[in-house]
Design a protein around this ligand. Structure first.
Ligand code: PMP
Length: 347
């Protein structure tokens, strides 16, 4: 096996090289892969979700990932679940998004604990115990040779009837996908992100608690559509009381006169693993952190603002609803926290 013509990666079939020129010409406006042809860049491009990557996958040029399904690793092409799975029919299941840094699963136990808690809350019994699932995740990362990447860990209710009765379902499915990750563009981290408030409010905690990381993300998706329509990559969501809850896929913080503030879990948020890690980092450095109810006014008049999330890590926010926050540039405390967070990921 010769591997990729540019980087020698063996997971890309050689004939991909021949067609890649034509494909990249079509995609080059979005991702400039031609200049210079850095091997890692090409590999990331092919491996990510870009047009060429998708096309190469569909043409069978790209050798699929190894996916953990049920109780073993299988080829991506064989990783199939039933069309009767309640995860598909009803969003009936739970999941985690987890980062891998230098081959190490970041905050692994914290993510697994939240997964098992989400499952308990929806009366879903995960067929593997926590130590075995932890091993499965590590095996999947190793099998796909992931250095820096992202894991999607999914547990569905399993196949059942077309009705809602969970007693008719059997065999909850465990799926572990380990892949590369595409981040927000680098300028988002240097220049900061602009946000708008979505009109879609966060799920009422009495209807479906946002603390459950369930497979049903329609609430977040509807709000995200509003953000996209406004030309933003994220959107702020309020709770049923009109207070700030979180963004569609990230938690939110503000800094005012040296005090870091963020909505508490009972504001109707997902209690983010990154959120908790950043709170701990700040407190260890002697910075006060308050988990307290916040309104948009608090954010409009804050000195600094940032988001946290597994995929996003720590992102500065520089405006909300057209109002610049603080100086309208990433704030100094936010930058310090970003630095500390990166140190933590390298530990
Ligand atoms: N809120 C929501 C709604 C999310 O989906 C996520 C995860 N993407 C977060 C917050 C951040 O949580 P974590 O730091 O655990 O990724």
């Amino acid at each position: 096996m010769q591997g990729c013509f540019a980087c020698g990666n063996e997971r890309i079939r050689p004939q991909a090289a021949r067609d890649f020129g034509a494909l990249s010409a079509r995609s080059v406006r979005r991702v400039d892969v031609r200049r210079p042809f850095h091997p890692q860049r090409l590999y990331d491009f092919l491996h990510a979700t870009g047009d060429a990557g998708r096309l190469l996958r569909s043409k069978g040029y790209f050798m699929g990932l190894k996916i953990f399904l049920g109780d073993r690793l299988v080829d991506e092409a064989d990783a199939k679940i039933s069309v009767f799975d309640h995860g598909l029919l009803y969003g009936d299941g739970v999941f985690e998004g987890i980062r891998v840094y230098s081959g190490r699963v970041f905050l692994h136990d914290e993510h697994l604990s939240r997964l098992y808690e989400s499952a308990r809350a929806i009366r879903l019994e995960i067929p593997l115990d926590q130590p075995r699932l932890k091993k499965a995740v590590e095996e999947t990362v190793a099998a796909n040779n992931i250095g820096d990447g992202y894991i999607r860990l999914v547990v569905t209710r399993g196949a059942g009837g077309l009705g809602l009765d969970i007693r008719k379902t059997s065999h909850p499915q465990i799926i572990v996908i380990a892949d590369k990750i595409s981040l927000y563009p680098p300028e988002t981290y240097t220049n900061g992100m602009n946000l708008v408030t979505a009109s879609t409010i966060r799920n009422h905690p009495g209807a479906l608690s946002p603390r459950i990381k369930s497979l049903n993300y329609l609430n977040n998706i509807l709000a995200r559509i509003e953000g996209t329509d406004a030309g933003m990559v994220e959107a702020l969501m309020l709770n049923h009381k009109g207070e700030v809850a979180e963004c569609t896929g990230d938690n939110i913080f503000l800094i005012k006169q040296g005090v870091i503030k963020t909505p508490p879990p009972d504001a109707g948020i997902l209690e983010g693993i990154t959120r908790n890690a950043v709170i701990k980092l700040a407190r260890e450095a002697g910075q006060p952190v308050l988990e307290t109810a916040l309104t948009r006014h608090d954010f409009y008049t804050a000195d600094e603002c940032f988001l946290t999330g597994t995929a996003a890590e720590v992102v500065p926010v520089v405006s909300l609803d057209g109002r610049p926050i603080g100086t309208g540039k990433p704030g100094p405390l936010t930058k310090t926290l970003i630095g500390r967070f990166h140190e933590l990921t390298r530990k």
